[in-house]
Design a binder for this molecule. Sequence first.
Ligand code: PEP
Ligand code: MN
Length: 342
Amino acid sequence: MIVVIERNAPKEEIKKVEDKLKEWDYTFRRIDGTDNTVFGTIGQINYQHNYRALNNMPYVKEVIRISEPYKFAHRSFHPENTIIKIKDFIIGGEDLCVIAGPCAVEGRDEIHEIAGIVKSNGIHILRGGAYKPRTSPYSFQGLGEEGLKYMREAADKHNMLVVSEVLDMSLIGTMQKYCDIIQVGARNMHNFLLLKELGKTRTPILLKRGFAATYQDWLLAAEYILSEGNFNVILCERGIRTFENYTRNTLDIAAIPTIKKLSHLPILSDPSHGTGIRDKVSPMAKAAVAAGADGVMIEVHQNPEKAFSDGPQSLPPEEFTVLMLELKQIAGIVKRKINGEN
Ligand code: PEP
Ligand code: MN
């Protein structure tokens, strides 16, 4: 249930509603929005009775039943867009969030060089895998903690944030030491124990969509994090498996307006993994922004032919620069900005 309190309700009256929820032993979250205070509750205890009782309390504007299984991720729980603030940067606001960097951190000099390149294109969030979830155990597995260290150094030099993927619960502490945002990859979207543990932290989580996850599966994965109290969740559409095998995955552009309607969480698009083909990355990044994405994640490499992983889908610096200029123009059309400009 979502309990929406009337605007300008006295604090004592809001507290009475909160006390009632406590008395009934509900798990609930309170959100003090700019317009209304809203309580989101989980649980069916004496549902009919409590639903009526809440409806009759003073200053309760409405009580909404959420029939979808995800509650905290549902837009009616938080009608405004969720905005996530990390240091001086905002995700989910008017400014688009662009995350860029290599698939994997390959060495100290390499990540320093790419950090400089993406920063010079106005990017504030550096990506790079240090623990790589490779399909084959014989492929490059990443530099581990050493890679995270190099990436942190490079990001600090340019005042950038760091996002990197966590592969396992045992690595959460290590990731927190070096990263501003922890990524959960497509392969781990269904790792519910990992999601729960990340829910106990307050570190922003970039939750990618699983290869075969429906919107509901994906939002329920987000719900695992939210229900533990971590509301800093950013969704990322990265393509799904379909019968089409020309592209690496099928990037689902319709996911963007759909998720925006169903949920308040910010949503990014990753056309690099979503297509797997370099010359398809920019068109799909532009399509994602035009469709209302809060940003994009792009793999960029100074020499894609020599990349340890995902070279065929990585943009060389010149192409990335062109893409950023084009994205700025599209941002203007959809009333968004990039670095405050369009
Ligand atoms: C990545 O972003 O490096 C990655 C492995 O992506 P995904 O989990 O979407 O395959
Ligand atoms: Mn990759």
